[in-house]
Design a protein. Structure first.
Length: 243
């Protein structure tokens, strides 16, 4: 049975949301620091920054010391990160519920997109038939700005021809929730990555579910018309919504 889902589009994060999250982000930041060590006498720690933002901060420090070295640093970092992503992709797989969940959205006439800070080659290694399930993929190498910048999501919605207020951003990390909210979209957190339902709930998404299969079932059964976020103290296996 196909249920009506009152959304124009659902846009998903990739790693940890549709596929296993196997990338070692600590190793990625160590790689960035090693490249920076060739240009800086002292390399500051990442202090919680993601790898891309850490590389950006170090590029600024390198520019202050040796402007001509920034291009080589940025090129080395881009190549190193991409190599790590592709290596990780060879070990990853889609979650069992992914294709079925995306197909159910398509049957409900909901457009599907994917945005990711990962590179396109890595995503397609894990999901080679992606074009059969999603109308757009905006990977890091496709994006002028990557999430949490809302333009990443807005670019995908533009291709899909969907309005943010009639769309849902789904991810396994608080960054995904922040991206959706900044773009004016509804948001959903799924605990299939490394962030628990309890932690996701603290960021107030409109929907919470253990995985994308459960989320799509929730949308089918309850609809997506009511805005709201998670109520504290109600985290469970099914969902959390603010009524």
């Amino acid at each position: 049975m196909t249920y009506r889902i009152p959304l124009d589009a659902v846009v998903f994060d990739f790693d940890g949301t549709l596929a296993e999250l196997v990338i070692d982000f600590s190793a990625m930041k160590d790689l960035v620091a090693r490249f920076a060590a060739g240009h800086l006498a002292e390399v500051p720690p990442a202090d919680g920054l993601p790898a891309l933002e850490y590389a950006g901060r170090l590029a600024g420090r390198i520019a202050a010391v040796s402007p001509e070295a920034v291009e080589a640093f940025s090129r080395d970092v881009a190549r190193g990160i991409r190599d790590q992503e592709i290596e990780a992709a060879a070990k990853a797989r889609l979650f069992p519920a992914t294709r079925k969940a995306l197909a159910r959205l398509a049957r409900a006439k909901v457009k599907v997109g994917i945005i990711t800070r990962n590179c396109r080659a890595a995503v397609l290694t894990v999901f080679p038939d992606l074009a059969d399930y999603a109308g757009v993929l905006v990977a890091r190498d496709d994006a002028a700005r990557v999430k949490p910048d809302p333009r990443h999501l807005l670019d995908a919605l533009g291709v899909l021809g969907a309005r943010p207020e009639r769309s849902l951003m789904v991810g396994d990390h608080p960054m995904d929730i922040a991206t959706g909210r900044a773009a004016g979209a509804r948001t959903a957190g799924v605990a299939s990555g490394r962030t628990s339902l309890e932690e996701l709930a603290r960021h107030g998404p409109d929907y919470l579910a253990p995985d994308v299969g459960a989320l799509v079932a929730m949308l089918e059964q309850r609809g997506a018309g009511a805005r709201g976020g998670a109520r504290g103290g109600e985290v469970g296996e099914e969902s959390l919504r603010r009524g």
